[in-house]
Each structure stands twice: as C-alpha cells, then as structure tokens.
Ligand binder design. Structure first.
Ligand code: AMP
Length: 113
C-alpha cells in the first residue's frame, strides 16, 4: 500500500476537492460518489493508512476528526447522521489514508451491508 493516495494529493493541493473545512490537522470535503444526500469525509493531514495504524499519539487527532465532522454536520442543521470508518479491504476501504465518512439526509439501514 503506497503512501501516495488520492487523499494525499487533495491535502497537498494537487487535485481539487469541494472543501468544507481545513485547519492545521485535517481537511473535510464532499465525497465525489455520495451514498446519501449529504456525504462528506474528514481526513487527517498526517499520513495514516487506517484506524488500525493509529498510535497512542493520535488519540487527540482522532477526537479532533470526529468533533470537526460533527461541527460541520451541525452547521448544515443536521441532527442525524452516520459516521463510518472502513478499516481494511474487506470492510470496504478503498483509499488507504484514514478517513471518516459522515452520511445524512436519508433513513439509514442497520445492519450495514
Ligand atoms: P472508503 O471506501 O471507505 O475507502 O472510502 C473512500 C471514499 O473516497 C469513497 O466514498 C469515494 O467515493 C471517495 N473518493 C474517492 N476519490 C475522491 C475524491 N477525489 N474526492 C472526494 N472523494 C473521493
């Protein structure tokens, strides 16, 4: 798994995105293949392949990603949403740079497929 992913190219500005938020630690942008009326991703600027690669030192960063996504969702007047982190190919992870999906705007089913 290469460290150069489409998301690292978004972080360094090589490819564009529909950016919703950026700070020193993360970027949030709309998913190009939305699975719900609202579907955005929050990613760390730090190169982390997946949740399973996170270290003790990333605890604050992980909280920051969740809190930032929640603030964005609330700024869109949402009160219901689903957060998803796919970890590993079998879970559905296709981009090997940690990202949190925020999905909203439709009824969600459980269990997920
Ligand atoms: P996952 O399958 O959990 O790894 O999610 C990767 C997500 O990245 C998918 O929902 C894709 O639609 C999304 N995606 C891939 N390329 C881009 C891009 N250039 N801009 C925004 N979202 C993207």
């Amino acid at each position: 798994m290469s460290e150069t992913t489409i998301f690292s190219k978004i972080i360094n500005g090589e490819i564009p995105c529909e950016k919703l938020h950026e700070d020193d630690h993360c970027i949030a942008f709309n998913d190009t293949s939305p699975q719900a009326p609202v579907h955005f991703l929050v990613i760390p600027k730090k190169t982390i392949v997946s949740l399973s690669e996170c270290m003790q030192e990333d605890i604050n960063l992980l909280g920051h990603l969740l809190f930032t996504g929640s603030k964005i969702a609330k700024s869109k007047y949402l009160s219901n949403w689903r957060t998803v982190i796919n970890t590993g190919e079998e879970s559905g992870q296709t981009v090997f740079h940690l990202h949190i999906h925020f999905l909203s705007g439709r009824k969600m089913n459980w269990p997920p497929g």
